[in-house]
Design a protein around this ligand. Structure first.
Ligand code: DPZ
Ligand code: ZN
Length: 374
Protein backbone atom coordinates (compact mmCIF):
# COMPACT_ATOMS: atom_id res chain seq x y z
CA UNK A 1 0.00 0.00 0.00
CA UNK A 2 1.61 3.32 -0.99
CA UNK A 3 1.21 6.34 1.26
CA UNK A 4 -0.15 8.63 -1.46
CA UNK A 5 -3.28 8.14 -3.58
CA UNK A 6 -4.45 10.38 -6.41
CA UNK A 7 -7.92 10.38 -7.96
CA UNK A 8 -8.47 12.28 -11.22
CA UNK A 9 -12.04 13.57 -10.89
CA UNK A 10 -12.35 15.39 -14.21
CA UNK A 11 -10.51 17.41 -16.84
CA UNK A 12 -11.71 20.87 -17.87
CA UNK A 13 -13.16 20.76 -21.40
CA UNK A 14 -12.01 24.34 -22.06
CA UNK A 15 -8.34 23.82 -20.93
CA UNK A 16 -5.93 21.05 -19.86
CA UNK A 17 -6.68 21.66 -16.17
CA UNK A 18 -7.49 18.71 -13.89
CA UNK A 19 -9.72 18.46 -10.86
CA UNK A 20 -8.35 15.78 -8.55
CA UNK A 21 -8.06 14.56 -4.99
CA UNK A 22 -4.86 13.59 -3.16
CA UNK A 23 -5.03 11.35 -0.07
CA UNK A 24 -2.15 11.07 2.40
CA UNK A 25 -1.92 9.43 5.85
CA UNK A 26 -3.00 12.82 7.27
CA UNK A 27 -6.09 13.44 5.22
CA UNK A 28 -7.12 14.34 1.69
CA UNK A 29 -7.47 17.53 -0.32
CA UNK A 30 -8.77 18.55 -3.72
CA UNK A 31 -6.40 19.80 -6.39
CA UNK A 32 -5.27 22.17 -7.84
CA UNK A 33 -4.08 23.24 -4.39
CA UNK A 34 -1.79 25.92 -2.98
CA UNK A 35 0.48 24.83 -0.08
CA UNK A 36 1.54 27.51 2.43
CA UNK A 37 5.27 27.34 3.24
CA UNK A 38 6.24 26.62 6.86
CA UNK A 39 10.04 26.67 6.53
CA UNK A 40 11.01 26.11 10.19
CA UNK A 41 7.95 24.05 11.20
CA UNK A 42 5.74 27.11 11.27
CA UNK A 43 3.95 29.14 8.62
CA UNK A 44 5.33 32.43 9.91
CA UNK A 45 2.90 34.22 12.30
CA UNK A 46 0.08 31.69 11.76
CA UNK A 47 -1.15 29.18 14.39
CA UNK A 48 -2.23 25.77 12.96
CA UNK A 49 -5.85 26.54 13.89
CA UNK A 50 -5.70 29.70 11.77
CA UNK A 51 -4.28 27.75 8.83
CA UNK A 52 -7.18 25.31 9.08
CA UNK A 53 -9.62 28.21 9.40
CA UNK A 54 -8.36 29.85 6.19
CA UNK A 55 -8.73 26.54 4.35
CA UNK A 56 -5.21 25.05 4.23
CA UNK A 57 -5.02 21.23 4.27
CA UNK A 58 -1.37 20.72 3.38
CA UNK A 59 1.72 22.78 4.19
CA UNK A 60 5.37 22.57 3.18
CA UNK A 61 8.42 22.49 5.46
CA UNK A 62 12.11 22.75 4.49
CA UNK A 63 14.38 19.79 5.18
CA UNK A 64 17.61 21.83 5.01
CA UNK A 65 16.44 24.39 7.59
CA UNK A 66 15.03 21.78 10.01
CA UNK A 67 18.21 19.70 9.67
CA UNK A 68 20.19 22.72 10.87
CA UNK A 69 17.64 23.93 13.46
CA UNK A 70 16.44 22.23 15.67
CA UNK A 71 17.85 19.02 14.05
CA UNK A 72 15.78 16.13 12.71
CA UNK A 73 16.67 14.09 15.80
CA UNK A 74 14.74 16.47 18.07
CA UNK A 75 11.74 16.47 15.72
CA UNK A 76 11.84 12.66 15.60
CA UNK A 77 12.01 12.49 19.41
CA UNK A 78 8.91 14.73 19.54
CA UNK A 79 7.06 12.12 17.48
CA UNK A 80 7.65 13.73 14.08
CA UNK A 81 6.81 17.06 12.48
CA UNK A 82 3.02 16.76 12.88
CA UNK A 83 3.34 16.23 16.63
CA UNK A 84 6.18 18.76 17.01
CA UNK A 85 4.22 21.62 15.39
CA UNK A 86 0.71 20.46 16.35
CA UNK A 87 -0.42 20.22 12.70
CA UNK A 88 -2.72 17.29 11.88
CA UNK A 89 -3.05 18.04 8.18
CA UNK A 90 -0.68 16.83 5.45
CA UNK A 91 2.96 17.92 5.27
CA UNK A 92 5.30 17.95 2.29
CA UNK A 93 9.04 18.38 2.81
CA UNK A 94 11.48 19.37 0.10
CA UNK A 95 14.78 17.51 -0.08
CA UNK A 96 17.16 20.24 0.99
CA UNK A 97 18.89 20.30 -2.37
CA UNK A 98 17.38 23.60 -3.42
CA UNK A 99 18.47 25.45 -0.29
CA UNK A 100 21.95 24.01 -0.62
CA UNK A 101 22.13 25.55 -4.10
CA UNK A 102 20.33 28.79 -3.25
CA UNK A 103 21.60 29.60 0.25
CA UNK A 104 25.14 28.34 0.38
CA UNK A 105 28.01 30.19 -1.30
CA UNK A 106 30.72 27.55 -1.38
CA UNK A 107 29.37 24.30 -2.80
CA UNK A 108 30.92 21.41 -4.64
CA UNK A 109 28.71 18.91 -6.45
CA UNK A 110 30.07 15.36 -6.69
CA UNK A 111 28.45 12.07 -7.66
CA UNK A 112 28.26 11.18 -3.96
CA UNK A 113 26.46 14.39 -2.97
CA UNK A 114 27.04 18.09 -2.34
CA UNK A 115 29.68 19.72 -0.14
CA UNK A 116 28.70 23.21 1.05
CA UNK A 117 28.79 25.60 4.00
CA UNK A 118 26.10 26.07 6.64
CA UNK A 119 24.57 29.46 5.72
CA UNK A 120 24.35 30.37 9.43
CA UNK A 121 27.69 29.24 10.87
CA UNK A 122 29.88 28.74 7.81
CA UNK A 123 30.77 25.21 8.93
CA UNK A 124 31.36 22.67 6.17
CA UNK A 125 28.45 20.30 5.52
CA UNK A 126 27.72 17.43 3.16
CA UNK A 127 24.32 16.26 1.92
CA UNK A 128 23.70 13.16 -0.17
CA UNK A 129 20.55 11.50 -1.51
CA UNK A 130 20.76 9.03 1.39
CA UNK A 131 21.16 11.85 3.89
CA UNK A 132 18.20 13.78 2.50
CA UNK A 133 16.06 10.65 2.79
CA UNK A 134 17.21 9.91 6.35
CA UNK A 135 16.33 13.45 7.45
CA UNK A 136 12.89 13.37 5.81
CA UNK A 137 12.17 9.91 7.21
CA UNK A 138 13.01 11.32 10.67
CA UNK A 139 10.78 14.37 10.11
CA UNK A 140 7.91 12.05 9.19
CA UNK A 141 6.40 14.19 6.39
CA UNK A 142 3.60 12.65 4.31
CA UNK A 143 5.23 13.60 0.99
CA UNK A 144 9.02 13.70 0.57
CA UNK A 145 11.04 14.97 -2.35
CA UNK A 146 13.95 13.19 -3.98
CA UNK A 147 17.37 14.88 -3.67
CA UNK A 148 18.05 16.74 -6.89
CA UNK A 149 20.09 19.50 -8.42
CA UNK A 150 18.17 22.59 -9.43
CA UNK A 151 20.52 24.18 -12.00
CA UNK A 152 20.56 27.97 -12.34
CA UNK A 153 18.69 29.73 -15.16
CA UNK A 154 20.01 29.89 -17.81
CA UNK A 155 22.26 26.85 -18.02
CA UNK A 156 23.98 25.40 -21.09
CA UNK A 157 22.53 22.29 -22.72
CA UNK A 158 25.64 20.26 -21.88
CA UNK A 159 25.60 21.30 -18.21
CA UNK A 160 21.85 20.61 -17.98
CA UNK A 161 22.26 17.19 -19.62
CA UNK A 162 24.89 16.00 -17.15
CA UNK A 163 22.87 17.49 -14.25
CA UNK A 164 19.69 15.69 -15.34
CA UNK A 165 21.56 12.38 -15.61
CA UNK A 166 23.00 12.82 -12.11
CA UNK A 167 19.60 13.84 -10.67
CA UNK A 168 18.15 10.62 -12.18
CA UNK A 169 20.90 8.53 -10.55
CA UNK A 170 20.26 10.36 -7.25
CA UNK A 171 16.53 9.64 -7.55
CA UNK A 172 17.25 5.90 -7.75
CA UNK A 173 19.45 6.14 -4.67
CA UNK A 174 16.66 7.97 -2.83
CA UNK A 175 14.21 5.16 -3.58
CA UNK A 176 16.72 2.60 -2.30
CA UNK A 177 17.36 4.61 0.87
CA UNK A 178 13.66 5.23 1.64
CA UNK A 179 12.90 3.61 5.00
CA UNK A 180 9.10 4.09 5.20
CA UNK A 181 7.45 3.91 1.73
CA UNK A 182 4.10 2.82 3.25
CA UNK A 183 3.90 5.90 5.50
CA UNK A 184 5.67 8.51 3.40
CA UNK A 185 5.26 9.10 -0.33
CA UNK A 186 8.35 10.04 -2.36
CA UNK A 187 8.09 12.30 -5.43
CA UNK A 188 10.71 12.36 -8.16
CA UNK A 189 11.66 15.82 -9.48
CA UNK A 190 11.75 16.34 -13.24
CA UNK A 191 14.55 18.65 -14.30
CA UNK A 192 15.92 19.68 -17.71
CA UNK A 193 15.55 23.46 -17.73
CA UNK A 194 14.04 24.89 -20.92
CA UNK A 195 15.31 21.98 -23.08
CA UNK A 196 12.42 19.78 -24.25
CA UNK A 197 14.71 16.84 -25.03
CA UNK A 198 16.16 16.92 -21.50
CA UNK A 199 12.75 17.24 -19.87
CA UNK A 200 11.74 14.12 -21.85
CA UNK A 201 14.90 12.28 -20.72
CA UNK A 202 14.36 13.30 -17.08
CA UNK A 203 10.68 12.30 -17.12
CA UNK A 204 11.49 8.97 -18.83
CA UNK A 205 14.17 8.16 -16.25
CA UNK A 206 11.88 8.98 -13.31
CA UNK A 207 8.76 7.29 -14.69
CA UNK A 208 10.79 4.07 -15.00
CA UNK A 209 11.26 4.28 -11.21
CA UNK A 210 7.48 4.51 -10.67
CA UNK A 211 7.22 7.28 -8.04
CA UNK A 212 3.77 7.94 -6.48
CA UNK A 213 3.97 11.54 -7.69
CA UNK A 214 6.16 13.87 -9.72
CA UNK A 215 7.44 17.39 -9.18
CA UNK A 216 8.49 19.79 -11.89
CA UNK A 217 11.67 21.46 -10.69
CA UNK A 218 14.03 23.96 -12.20
CA UNK A 219 11.35 26.60 -12.72
CA UNK A 220 10.60 29.82 -10.84
CA UNK A 221 14.36 30.35 -10.80
CA UNK A 222 14.38 33.66 -12.66
CA UNK A 223 13.10 32.59 -16.08
CA UNK A 224 10.47 34.77 -17.82
CA UNK A 225 6.85 33.65 -17.33
CA UNK A 226 6.49 32.71 -21.01
CA UNK A 227 9.47 30.34 -20.63
CA UNK A 228 7.84 28.73 -17.58
CA UNK A 229 4.55 28.33 -19.44
CA UNK A 230 6.29 26.89 -22.51
CA UNK A 231 8.23 24.37 -20.40
CA UNK A 232 5.02 23.34 -18.61
CA UNK A 233 3.25 22.87 -21.96
CA UNK A 234 5.72 20.19 -23.04
CA UNK A 235 6.48 18.75 -19.60
CA UNK A 236 3.13 18.02 -17.90
CA UNK A 237 1.97 15.75 -20.80
CA UNK A 238 5.05 13.59 -20.12
CA UNK A 239 3.78 12.80 -16.61
CA UNK A 240 1.23 10.07 -15.73
CA UNK A 241 -2.41 11.18 -15.63
CA UNK A 242 -3.04 9.06 -12.56
CA UNK A 243 -0.42 10.70 -10.32
CA UNK A 244 -0.11 14.18 -8.79
CA UNK A 245 2.03 16.84 -10.47
CA UNK A 246 3.70 19.43 -8.22
CA UNK A 247 5.24 22.64 -9.60
CA UNK A 248 7.88 23.71 -7.07
CA UNK A 249 8.27 27.29 -5.88
CA UNK A 250 5.26 28.79 -7.72
CA UNK A 251 3.78 31.34 -6.78
CA UNK A 252 2.05 34.39 -7.94
CA UNK A 253 -1.72 34.38 -8.67
CA UNK A 254 -1.25 34.46 -12.45
CA UNK A 255 1.31 31.63 -12.39
CA UNK A 256 -1.01 29.47 -10.27
CA UNK A 257 -3.88 29.89 -12.75
CA UNK A 258 -1.63 29.40 -15.79
CA UNK A 259 0.01 26.38 -14.14
CA UNK A 260 -3.37 24.80 -13.40
CA UNK A 261 -4.43 25.37 -17.00
CA UNK A 262 -1.32 23.45 -18.09
CA UNK A 263 -2.14 20.46 -15.88
CA UNK A 264 -0.36 21.22 -12.59
CA UNK A 265 -2.05 19.95 -9.40
CA UNK A 266 0.08 21.27 -6.50
CA UNK A 267 1.90 24.55 -5.88
CA UNK A 268 3.97 26.09 -3.09
CA UNK A 269 5.61 29.50 -2.71
CA UNK A 270 6.86 31.84 0.01
CA UNK A 271 5.51 34.85 -1.92
CA UNK A 272 2.19 35.42 -0.06
CA UNK A 273 3.74 35.15 3.41
CA UNK A 274 6.95 37.01 2.48
CA UNK A 275 5.24 40.05 0.94
CA UNK A 276 2.67 40.10 3.77
CA UNK A 277 5.50 40.78 6.23
CA UNK A 278 6.27 44.05 4.49
CA UNK A 279 2.61 45.00 4.24
CA UNK A 280 1.95 44.05 0.61
CA UNK A 281 -1.37 42.31 -0.01
CA UNK A 282 -2.84 40.35 -2.90
CA UNK A 283 -6.37 41.59 -3.64
CA UNK A 284 -8.95 40.92 -6.37
CA UNK A 285 -7.96 44.29 -7.86
CA UNK A 286 -4.22 43.65 -7.80
CA UNK A 287 -1.43 44.22 -5.30
CA UNK A 288 -2.03 46.70 -2.47
CA UNK A 289 0.74 48.21 -0.33
CA UNK A 290 -1.22 48.99 2.79
CA UNK A 291 1.52 51.10 4.41
CA UNK A 292 0.99 53.79 1.73
CA UNK A 293 -0.11 57.16 3.21
CA UNK A 294 -3.25 57.17 1.03
CA UNK A 295 -4.74 54.46 3.29
CA UNK A 296 -4.28 56.41 6.57
CA UNK A 297 -8.00 57.29 6.66
CA UNK A 298 -9.33 54.44 4.52
CA UNK A 299 -11.83 52.59 6.72
CA UNK A 300 -12.64 49.91 4.15
CA UNK A 301 -11.29 46.31 4.15
CA UNK A 302 -8.12 45.29 2.28
CA UNK A 303 -10.36 43.71 -0.37
CA UNK A 304 -14.10 44.46 -0.73
CA UNK A 305 -14.51 41.09 -2.45
CA UNK A 306 -12.79 39.05 0.28
CA UNK A 307 -14.67 37.38 3.15
CA UNK A 308 -11.64 36.40 5.20
CA UNK A 309 -11.30 37.10 8.95
CA UNK A 310 -9.03 40.08 8.26
CA UNK A 311 -11.37 41.68 5.70
CA UNK A 312 -14.48 41.06 7.80
CA UNK A 313 -13.06 42.71 10.93
CA UNK A 314 -10.36 45.25 10.11
CA UNK A 315 -9.75 48.27 7.88
CA UNK A 316 -6.83 49.40 5.74
CA UNK A 317 -6.32 52.35 8.11
CA UNK A 318 -6.00 50.09 11.16
CA UNK A 319 -3.74 47.53 9.42
CA UNK A 320 -1.59 50.36 8.04
CA UNK A 321 -1.24 51.74 11.60
CA UNK A 322 -0.16 48.29 12.89
CA UNK A 323 2.37 47.80 10.08
CA UNK A 324 3.82 51.31 10.51
CA UNK A 325 4.23 50.77 14.27
CA UNK A 326 5.66 47.25 13.83
CA UNK A 327 2.79 45.79 15.81
CA UNK A 328 2.88 41.99 15.24
CA UNK A 329 -0.87 41.81 14.72
CA UNK A 330 -0.37 43.78 11.48
CA UNK A 331 1.67 41.13 9.66
CA UNK A 332 -0.54 38.41 11.14
CA UNK A 333 -3.58 40.03 9.52
CA UNK A 334 -1.87 40.55 6.15
CA UNK A 335 -0.47 37.00 6.21
CA UNK A 336 -3.86 35.52 7.00
CA UNK A 337 -5.43 37.51 4.14
CA UNK A 338 -2.76 36.64 1.54
CA UNK A 339 -2.92 32.93 2.32
CA UNK A 340 -6.72 33.01 2.28
CA UNK A 341 -6.57 34.83 -1.08
CA UNK A 342 -4.51 32.06 -2.75
CA UNK A 343 -6.40 29.19 -1.06
CA UNK A 344 -9.69 30.79 -2.23
CA UNK A 345 -8.23 31.38 -5.72
CA UNK A 346 -7.51 27.64 -6.00
CA UNK A 347 -11.06 26.89 -4.81
CA UNK A 348 -12.38 29.18 -7.56
CA UNK A 349 -10.10 27.42 -10.09
CA UNK A 350 -11.47 24.01 -9.03
CA UNK A 351 -15.04 25.34 -9.42
CA UNK A 352 -14.19 26.63 -12.89
CA UNK A 353 -12.77 23.22 -13.85
CA UNK A 354 -15.97 21.55 -12.61
CA UNK A 355 -17.95 23.87 -14.87
CA UNK A 356 -15.52 23.64 -17.85
CA UNK A 357 -14.86 27.38 -17.90
CA UNK A 358 -11.32 27.84 -16.56
CA UNK A 359 -10.27 29.72 -19.70
CA UNK A 360 -13.05 32.27 -19.17
CA UNK A 361 -12.21 32.47 -15.46
CA UNK A 362 -8.57 33.20 -16.31
CA UNK A 363 -9.53 36.10 -18.61
CA UNK A 364 -11.89 37.66 -16.06
CA UNK A 365 -9.43 37.18 -13.15
CA UNK A 366 -6.46 38.55 -15.12
CA UNK A 367 -8.44 41.61 -16.27
CA UNK A 368 -9.66 42.43 -12.75
CA UNK A 369 -6.28 41.80 -11.07
CA UNK A 370 -4.53 43.83 -13.78
CA UNK A 371 -2.30 41.11 -15.23
CA UNK A 372 -3.27 42.04 -18.78
CA UNK A 373 -2.50 45.73 -18.32
CA UNK A 374 0.36 46.70 -20.70
N1 DPZ B 1 11.72 26.75 -7.70
C1 DPZ B 1 12.13 25.62 -7.04
C2 DPZ B 1 11.89 25.53 -5.68
C3 DPZ B 1 12.30 24.41 -4.99
N2 DPZ B 1 12.04 24.33 -3.63
C4 DPZ B 1 12.96 23.35 -5.64
C5 DPZ B 1 13.43 22.16 -4.97
O1 DPZ B 1 13.27 21.99 -3.73
N3 DPZ B 1 14.05 21.20 -5.67
N4 DPZ B 1 14.29 21.30 -6.98
C6 DPZ B 1 13.88 22.39 -7.67
O2 DPZ B 1 14.10 22.42 -8.89
C7 DPZ B 1 13.19 23.47 -7.01
C8 DPZ B 1 12.78 24.60 -7.71
ZN1 ZN C 1 -9.18 39.14 3.10
Amino acid sequence: MTAIKYELIKTCKQTGARLGRVTTPHGSFETPVFMPVGTLATVKTMAPEELKDLGANIILSNTYHLWLRPGEDIVEEAGGLHQFMNWDGSILTDSGGFQVFSLSDMRKIEEEGVHFRNHLSGEKLFLSPEGAMQIQNSLGSDIMMAFDECPPYPATYDYMKSSVERTSRWAERCLEAHQKPEQQGLFGIVQGGEYEELRKQSAQDLLSLDFPGYAIGGLSVGEPKDVMNRVLEFTTPLLPNEKPRYLMGVGSPDSLVDGAIRGVDMFDCVLPTRIARNGTCMTSNGRLVVRNAKYARDFTPLDENCDCYTCRNYTKAYIRHLIKTNETLGIRLTTYHNLYFLVKLMSDVREAIREDRLGDFRDQFFDQYGFNKP
